[in-house]
Design a protein around this ligand. Structure first.
Ligand SMILES: NC(=O)c1ccc[n+]([C@@H]2O[C@H](COP(=O)([O-])OP(=O)(O)OC[C@H]3O[C@@H](n4cnc5c(N)ncnc54)[C@H](OP(=O)(O)O)[C@@H]3O)[C@@H](O)[C@H]2O)c1
Length: 375
């Protein structure tokens, strides 16, 4: 199997390393945009050197970003090449078009590393969805935000200081918004829900509330009441489509999610007959992520020629029946919040069951507010 690698960064370099010394999978060409002396002999800056090379059967896209990744992946599929990508932004945004094109061309499109980094989540989601009925899925799907929440629970430090440390350790980007505001999780949730429910969800419409405004005082409040706060994703079947959202959530200190340390992920589905199954591990990092890319390649070598599901039906988001109590820290007075309040904690309130979509919309329109669903 001969690979054309697009990008030679954290993941691309890892894929190359995994291939070295193997007889069955080799990197034939690498598309670069800046010099990489260690791979000069196989580097190119011209995508046509990969697309036009009949010996390359599989294109591995690990450049990131939407453009030109989209154009290159589309051209690779059109040229009859299999595609493996770790690019969650690309797959979430062009899900329907790219999966349909791969099916039309009879080639594989795999993206296991795009959700859960090194965790074999999507391949197992595929296996359970072909047999059982998945009722819901979600969990801790972003290592950076989990690192921040975990560090804040372990010591009495404020958000800004923990974020700075996460950046120094390389766990958080210089611009951390995608991780702390939930956009990264939203892409992973969209791909997972699409595969689990045979759906096509509009990624940007999924209500999402991140951890940007959490304070050390909030954490002290949670601790005092036996809770641990985690940024959790959820998607489940609903009466008129799929209910999906991302919000900080208070879990019981004895729950599985509460025990997830540092930058680890814990992703779970609930299926009708199988019940609950959770997958725990490294959601990012060079070798874990590149390992899932390699496993996709090896599956293709073993004859895999499909996406994870053949169903892709545009599906509406339905949050009508999703309600639970909330922790809300809000400076000011608000009649809607007052009408929901059942208890007061230090500087915050606990509400009666409130509709999730309404609560996230309300909190987003009141910057500085922190909310956490209580499950
Ligand atoms: N890192 C992880 O742990 C992880 C986990 C799961 C998924 N992913 C996904 O994997 C993908 C790659 O992530 P990464 O962490 O490996 O990123 P990265 O370290 O920034 O590497 C990206 C590489 O692609 C190259 N590149 C970007 N645009 C290019 C272009 N137009 N033409 C040629 N080369 C181009 C960059 O070149 P330069 O070196 O010149 O900048 C860089 O070498 C992303 O979609 C990311 O979301 C990453």
């Amino acid at each position: 199997m001969q690979l054309g690698l697009l990008g030679y960064g954290v993941v691309g370099g890892g894929v190359h390393q995994w291939c070295l010394g193997r007889g069955d999978v080799a990197v034939k060409r690498v598309l670069v945009r800046s010099d990489k002396p260690e791979i000069a002999a196989i580097s190119t800056r011209d995508i046509q050197d990969i697309l036009g090379d009949d010996a390359i059967d599989t294109v591995v896209e690990v450049m990131g970003g939407i453009h030109p990744a989209y154009e290159y992946v589309k051209a690779a599929l059109e040229a009859g090449k299999n595609v493996v990508t770790a690019n969650k932004a690309l797959i979430a945004a062009y899900y329907r078009e790219l999966t349909a094109l791969a099916a039309e061309k009879g080639v594989a499109l795999r993206c296991t590393a795009a959700v859960g980094g090194g965790i074999p989540w999507l391949v197992n989601l595929e296996r359970v969805a072909r047999l059982d009925e998945i009722e819901s899925l979600g969990g801790i799907m972003n290592g950076t935000s989990n690192y921040i929440m975990d560090a804040m629970h372990r010591s009495d430090v404020d958000f800004a200081a923990v974020l700075q440390k996460a950046q120094a350790l390389g766990y958080a980007e210089a611009d951390p918004s995608a991780d702390i505001d939930g956009d990264d999780i939203r892409r992973k949730l969209t791909i997972s829900a699409n595969i689990a429910f045979g759906a096509v969800l509009e990624e940007e419409a999924i209500p999402t509330f991140g951890i940007r405004y959490v304070t050390a005082k909030d954490i002290a409040n949670f601790r005092a009441h036996g809770f641990v706060c985690k940024l959790l994703a959820y998607a489940g079947t609903a009466e008129n489509g799929v209910c999906a959202y991302i919000e900080p959530t208070l879990v019981d200190a004895h729950d599985l999610e509460a025990a997830v340390p540092a930058n680890f992920n814990l992703i779970t589905y609930e299926a009708a007959q199988l019940g609950r199954q959770s997958f725990y591990g490294q959601g990012a990092g060079r070798f874990p992520t590149a390992a899932n890319v390699m496993q996709d390649c090896l599956d293709i070598q073993n004859g895999q020629r499909r996406f994870y599901t053949e169903r892709a039906v545009p599906t509406t988001l339905d949050g009508t029946n999703e309600a639970h109590p909330y922790y809300v820290r809000y400076e000011g007075a608000d009649p809607w919040l007052d009408s929901l309040t059942v208890e007061r904690w230090d500087g915050a309130v606990i509400t009666a069951a409130a509709n999730t979509y309404d609560m996230i919309a309300w909190a987003k329109s009141h910057p500085g507010t922190f909310i956490a669903g209580i499950r």
